[in-house]
Design a protein around this ligand. Structure first.
Ligand SMILES: *Cc1c(COP(=O)(O)O)cnc(C)c1O
Length: 223
């Protein structure tokens, strides 16, 4: 096993107190999660529903699970009973399904709006304009079991730190815009989730409040 405890503490030592660490444990066995848990880490992120389900069944109840991958609407029902936050919410359709399943469980599920800012082409994530439109529609205001807590994004996959920093800055400014326009009175809307193993320090420099770090803590993933 990678020295999970040592790596975890190194990452935590690099983070200001107001930045939350989501330890990304996807593709790693439960023993790795237990090693981080023993050091006090409680927030973990997974990207596949079945893998998450298997881990939830055998790991401590006080873990806060974040779903960080693309979530198909037909999978929401499986995670709704326990998921703490769904980070990659990128459509009204998905938000409606989260509302429906969360209501059945009598829970409120926290979500982040996933933005597509990076250079790479992907079908996931909202463009800034699509996100503006989604919020302008106002339908989200009626969803009583969904709490929109902020934004999440990934920077461009490049060695060009200027581009990475500019992606993070775009995200931070967009957060300010929608906070001002829609969530000024909502203290829950406070999360800027960006920064991964290779760029979390740049992310913190650009006002990230939540970093999602996997490889640096747990080592390379075995697919
Ligand atoms: C896998 C993943 C991470 C963690 O990536 P590392 O480079 O291993 O730190 C963060 N965010 C998302 C959305 C991911 O899928």
């Amino acid at each position: 096993m990678f020295d999970v405890a040592k790596n975890l503490h190194e990452v935590l030592d690099n983070l200001p107190n107001n930045v939350q660490l989501v330890a990304i444990s996807k593709f790693h066995p439960k023993e790795y999660i237990e090693a981080a848990y023993a050091e006090g880490q409680r927030v973990f992120g997974e990207s596949r529903e079945q893998e998450l389900q298997q881990k939830v069944a055998v790991l401590p109840d006080d873990i806060e699970w974040h779903f960080i991958g693309h979530l198909q609407t037909n999978k929401v029902k499986y995670i709704a009973p326990y998921i703490s936050m769904i980070e990659a919410c990128d459509s009204m359709k998905l938000m409606r399904e989260i509302e429906k399943q969360a209501a059945k469980c009598d829970r409120v599920i926290k979500v982040l709006l996933e933005l597509h800012i990076a250079a790479e082409v992907t079908k996931y994530g909202l463009s800034l304009d699509d996100c503006r439109q989604l919020l302008a529609s106002g339908e989200w205001r009626e969803l009583k079991h969904v709490q929109i807590c902020g934004i999440m994004m990934m920077a461009s996959n490049t060695d060009d730190t200027a581009r990475i920093e500019s992606d993070f800055e775009t995200a931070a400014c967009f957060f300010d815009e929608i906070k001002h326009d829609y969530f000024a009175d909502d203290d829950h809307f406070s999360v800027r989730s960006y920064g991964m193993s290779h760029d979390y320090q740049l992310a913190v420099k650009h006002r990230s409040t939540m970093v999602r770090v996997g490889t640096t803590i747990f080592g390379p993933r075995v697919y």
